[in-house]
Design a protein. Structure first.
Length: 565
């Protein structure tokens, strides 16, 4: 089978392979012929600004957003074609999604009141792989620019049809997330136990000094408990670093081998899971900050378990670097646990998602703060030259000192007294400190707070969007992992009835989906869509009535003129 610009090939598994369409994600569809009218309508809309011809072709030929078109050797979904090649293509897609929502019941006070959502436009009846349109939207969102372009994709992802589908799919996919989060939690537990065992055991030896024989025991007894403790620790580190028994999985004492064994097994499982996510999500994976944090954890864990001997070697010049990497890793691992908790379906998880979104937002403004810190750091380093106490003796120390001062740790008394009789330098220093308080503490820090919480509604919408992205991501992973026989049993129904009541006196008849209480955006959007449709219908009826009335008047005037003549 061959394809050219005039063929729409909806590729199927096990069928003919056609260029870019040769992909396991391309499933069976009915082939459509001659897509020239769609291509021409999209091109014409760029100059006319009218999308009506596109909607007419999609409706008349029953072409859905999931349909695939091959154009100039490039295989794309219709949804991608519309979004990439049309001006304001998001409005076309949004209108097509709006058609999938229908109100049932007379009014909101009847028992059968609700909304019928039809997913026929985003996946084919009987298809076991249903997330292709959603994945396409998230792929395009991943490469979109911040601002209006990203907001347009967010509106499509949070559209009631897409959002309800993601929620419904999540019910069949959440087991993968629970399994993944359980593995990470166990990994973090054994990682922490490994660090605990590795670095706290010298203190245990201090409680039983007879377990170690020191060369100069009499002299050490005279040094006191503090010196003895330090000597024991140094000797313990040296013994561990030089002992032939301190190798891979060899220390049985205190259960260290068990901790190390499970730590290694869980680390391997996490690495395999991350590689699998990279293969499935591709560009989406690279756009999420959380994935980079996970790799920091993994890399530091590998360094920790592979170079444990160097970390406890007091004479190794690279021990400090290795310990620093291990410290960053265990810290990042506990931060990652916050993000994982944010994906659990309870209200406390919203806080974690807000924390994650605020971290991403804050990084955009750190550059301005860094410029201010470096400016004042060099100024304090110059003005404090020659004083007895030099807290600003080099750029790095001066920068960290300035950062703590911006956050409120001014140490005014120490700075004032450090100049002694040098009133000129003290005057300049106080002036620079005053500028730091005004520009840094009062202005910059409070500006950060304002930027983060100025728009609470926008912050909640971002949480809603991020929750949908998280749920959709795990749905992609499950759909790519499981065979079709299992996927067919966990399919989302083609049509779902959504409850439209705020409070039900009894279970609604036939309702298969209830909107979660913390995502009222779905019902609000549905109501807006229905109101807009009703208003459009009323306007159309008014225009038709006006046209008929005008025609009747014209006809009457014509007959009257003839009678007079």
């Amino acid at each position: 089978m061959s394809c050219n610009i005039t063929d729409i090939l909806l590729c199927y598994k096990g069928g003919a392979t056609v260029g870019a369409c040769d992909d396991f994600e391309m499933m069976e569809e009915d082939p459509l012929k001659t897509p020239d009218d769609i291509i021409e309508a999209v091109e014409d809309s760029k100059t006319s600004g009218d999308h009506s011809d596109i909607h007419k072709i999609l409706n008349d030929r029953k072409i859905n957003l999931r349909s695939r078109i091959v154009e100039n050797g490039r295989c794309r979904m219709i949804v991608r074609k519309l979004l990439e090649d049309s001006v304001n293509g998001d409005k076309i897609v949004e209108k097509e999604l709006d058609k999938s929502i229908k109100q049932i019941g007379k009014n909101e006070n009847t028992i059968d009141y609700g909304f019928e959502v039809d997913f026929e436009g985003i996946f084919k009846d009987g298809s076991s792989r249903q997330t292709r349109v959603v994945k396409e939207l998230l792929d395009m969102r991943a490469v979109s620019r911040e601002g209006e372009e990203r907001d347009a994709y967010n509106r499509l992802i949070t559209h009631p049809v897409i959002a309800i589908f993601i929620y419904s799919k999540w019910k069949n996919s959440r087991w993968y997330f629970y399994l993944n989060s359980a593995i990470f939690t166990l990994f973090l537990g054994f990682y922490s136990a490994f660090i605990w065992k590795l670095f706290s055991r010298p203190e245990e030896y201090c409680r039983n000094p007879q377990r170690i024989v020191f060369p100069d025991q009499e002299d050490q007894d005279q040094l006191g408990d503090c010196i003895l403790k330090l000597s024991i620790k140094d000797d313990y580190y040296n013994k561990m670093s030089t002992s032939p028994h301190f190798g891979f999985l060899t220390d049985f004492e205190d259960g260290f081998m068990i901790v190390e064994l499970f730590f290694l097994i869980l680390l391997i499982l996490l690495i395999l899971a991350e590689i699998y996510q990279v293969m499935v999500l591709k560009l989406q994976y690279l756009k999420e900050l959380e994935n980079y944090i996970e790799w920091i954890v993994i890399i530091s864990a590998i360094v920790t378990i592979a170079m444990k001997k160097h970390m406890v070697d007091a004479k190794d010049p690279n021990a400090a670097i290795v310990r620093g990497i291990a410290a960053l890793g265990i810290c990042a691992a506990w931060l990652e646990l916050i993000f994982i908790i944010g994906r659990y379906p309870f209200r406390g998880g919203d806080f974690s998602i807000m924390f994650y979104n605020i971290i991403k937002k804050t990084f955009r403004y750190v550059i301005a703060l860094a410029m201010m810190i470096f400016g004042f750091a060099f100024a304090f380093m110059v003005i404090n030259f020659g004083v007895e106490r030099e807290p600003f003796e080099n750029p790095l120390k001066s920068s960290m000192m300035t950062l703590t001062m911006i956050l409120g740790e001014f140490n005014f008394g120490d700075m004032y007294d450090s100049f002694k009789n040098d009133s000129v330098s003290r005057g300049f220093a106080m002036g620079i400190l005053l500028l730091l308080i005004i520009l840094g503490t009062i202005t910059m820090v409070n500006l950060f707070v304002v930027v983060i919480i100025s728009d609470l509604k926008k912050l909640r919408e971002d949480v809603f969007t991020q929750s949908l992205v998280n749920m959709a991501t795990y749905s992609f992973l499950v759909e790519a992992l499981l065979p079709e026989t299992i996927l067919k049993k966990n399919r989302v129904d083609e049509t779902i009835l959504v409850c439209g009541h705020s409070l039900c006196c009894s279970p609604c008849t036939g309702v298969k989906f209830r909107v979660p209480g913390d995502v009222i955006h779905i019902k609000e959007r549905i109501q807006d869509i229905l109101e807009k449709r009703k208003k459009c219908r009323e306007d159309t009826e008014v225009r038709l009535s006006s046209c008929n009335l005008s025609g009747s008047r014209l006809l009457v005037n014509t007959f009257t003129t003839r009678d007079v003549n």
